[in-house]
Design a protein around this ligand. Structure first.
Ligand code: ZN
Length: 279
């Protein structure tokens, strides 16, 4: 009987391992992950993959990229930037939402090839000095640290940073302005939405972070670092079919509020789970 149980556990472990492997290889495959880059606002383009996002913000003094992706997906993203008619050598800043491989795995390449300045929080720079979580990646050289409430100005564009820990100790969230035919809208990127971390303290800071985001006034556009959490591709399709005079499908203040409500509820129940586990 004991043997049988061990065998069943062995088979189950194999099935889980194979599933995890096939999921990660699908995620890493640039052909499966290819998304044709597209313009969302006058100054903002989607240049990311299917499962993990990257955004290109165009200013009068050069380019800003949100998240570097990793390995072949970074290569794909750089090609996307060129396809759109931009020169990656014009990238002045790479904003790293947090120090997991899928967001900063390609950051070192942006430093070396394009002399881009990489910005992250101090807490997540520290993460780059320790053992990698999930997957290894070339470590970027420590550049600038963004602190809570700090800003970055490039030409006439200004980014306002918030530190929203939880997903990692130093998740970096950014508020900036996008333009729809010249009309300004307030956009926001919550830099670490997922609940794939553990610990009561981390879960408490996640809940606290979402509550702080709920207090930010005037957000109209949700710019996520994983497309699926804010229906980026469905909105893209609606944008392509938009008639003159119709509202911009990414301008959705109610959607932003619902998004935060949802992740607050999820965060709170996750916190309860973490408390149970800690007992
Ligand atoms: Zn992450």
């Amino acid at each position: 009987m004991q043997h049988l149980i061990i065998r069943v556990i062995g088979i189950l472990a194999c099935v889980i391992a194979v599933k995890a492997f096939s999921q990660s290889s699908e995620r890493d495959d640039p052909e499966l992950q290819y998304v044709e880059p597209f313009q969302v606002f006058d100054n903002l383009y989607y240049v990311g993959a299917d499962w993990v996002a990257s955004w290109l913000l165009v200013t009068d003094q050069g380019l800003i990229v949100f998240d570097a992706l990793y390995d072949d997906l970074t290569e794909m993203m750089i090609r996307n930037i060129r396809t759109l008619g931009f020169d990656p050598n014009d990238i002045r800043y790479l904003i790293g939402s947090h120090a997991h491989y899928d967001h900063i795995g390609g950051a070192a390449r942006f430093q070396q090839e394009f002399s881009a300045v990489v910005m992250m929080t101090e807490e997540d720079w520290l993460l780059t000095e320790g053992a990698a979580q999930f997957q290894e990646y070339p470590r970027p050289i420590r550049h600038l640290s963004a602190s809570d409430g700090s800003t970055l100005t490039l030409g006439r564009t200004r980014l306002q940073f918030m530190k929203t820990p939880g997903h990692t100790p130093g998740v970096l969230s950014t508020r900036f302005t996008v333009y729809d035919n010249g009309y300004p809208h307030t956009a926001f990127m919550f830099g670490g939405v997922g609940l794939n971390f553990s610990g009561v303290e981390q879960a408490e800071s996640y809940v606290e972070s979402v509550k702080r985001l709920q207090a930010v006034q005037g957000v109209e556009v949700n710019i996520p670092n994983h497309a699926s959490v804010a229906d980026v591709f469905a909105r893209r399709d609606r944008l392509a079919a938009r008639e003159e005079g119709e509202p911009h499908p990414f301008v959705d203040p109610e959607g932003w509020a619902e998004f935060l409500d949802l992740w607050l509820r999820r965060g709170e129940s996750y916190l309860e789970q973490q408390k149970e586990l800690a007992k």
